[in-house]
Design a binder for this molecule. Structure first.
Ligand code: PEP
Length: 253
């Protein structure tokens, strides 16, 4: 059975005081997570160690970094390497979020290198893909996302790919309050799985969790997560509120 995942992306929000309060609230209220249900919380770099401490002992609750350097090590001021993240016990990292692509010019080739740096250090990437509004309006989103997958992901071996979580996040739905319909999410996520199957075989494609991201909230999570190719969500805004995010966790199928 595929992992069903509620992943939080705090982005560049919350002070450490606010973050601690949120983590304490979540840690005390997250229900016992059964086998394939996971919660992943992507926090800013300075909060990684403290967040690991706050969630220690919570089964199936994991802390993620929001970024990783494409370089292994060296004179790269301000960068954080996969080796550094692994050395403090970080199990997951976001790669390819549309905000990184847009504001920090991370192209498909850089993202391929970031995936390599994560995997060679035993860190599982949550690889984000998704189309801008003009591509959706031209109805060429399937081809657009397929190129993102081919250029960043498909150099990986099948064994490596099984350690990747894919997050489909249409850019027009991120932080806009405009959610894809559950059918739109299912259609493209089914397509993503079929593209993965063509490259790696059905058995591998069946194991890969594909999350939906883009204005997921308590009110729409059950409907979106109930789709067969939606294995949970990557959640920005609504993950900053304990009650909202707890309801999203409870919506996992
Ligand atoms: C995100 O940051 O990945 C995201 C989906 O944000 P939001 O839920 O706020 O749209």
């Amino acid at each position: 059975m595929r992992n069903q995942i509620a992943a939080a992306n705090w982005k560049m929000y919350l002070t450490w005081q606010q973050g601690q309060e949120l983590l304490e609230s979540l840690a005390s209220q997250i229900p016992a997570l059964n086998g394939n249900h996971q919660v992943i919380i992507a926090v800013p770099f300075p909060y990684l160690t403290g967040s690991l401490e706050k969630t220690a002992g919570k089964k199936n609750v994991f802390i993620a970094a929001q970024n990783i350097s494409d370089k292994k090590s060296g004179a790269y001021t301000g960068e954080v390497s996969g080796e550094m993240l692994a050395s403090i016990g970080i199990p997951y990292v976001l790669v390819g979020h549309s905000e990184r692509r847009e504001y920090y010019h991370e192209d498909n080739a850089i993202l391929a290198a970031k995936l390599d740096r994560a995997l060679e250090n035993g860190i599982k990437p949550i690889f984000c893909c998704g189309e801008p509004l003009e591509i959706r309006e031209q109805e060429t989103q399937n081809a657009f996302v397929e190129t993102q997958l081919k250029e960043s992901l498909f150099h990986l071996s099948a064994e490596q790919l099984e350690n990747v979580v894919i997050a489909y996040e249409p850019i027009w739905a991120i932080g806009t309050g405009k959610t894809a319909t559950s059918q739109q999410a299912e259609d493209i996520q089914k397509h993503i799985r079929s593209v993965v199957a063509t490259q790696y075989g059905e058995a591998v494609a069946d194991k890969v969790s594909i999350l939906y991201g883009g204005s997921v909230k308590a009110a729409n999570a059950v409907e979106i997560f109930s789709q067969p190719d939606v294995d949970g969500g990557l959640v920005g805004g609504a993950s900053l509120n304990a009650d909202e995010f707890l309801a999203i966790i409870k919506a996992l199928q």
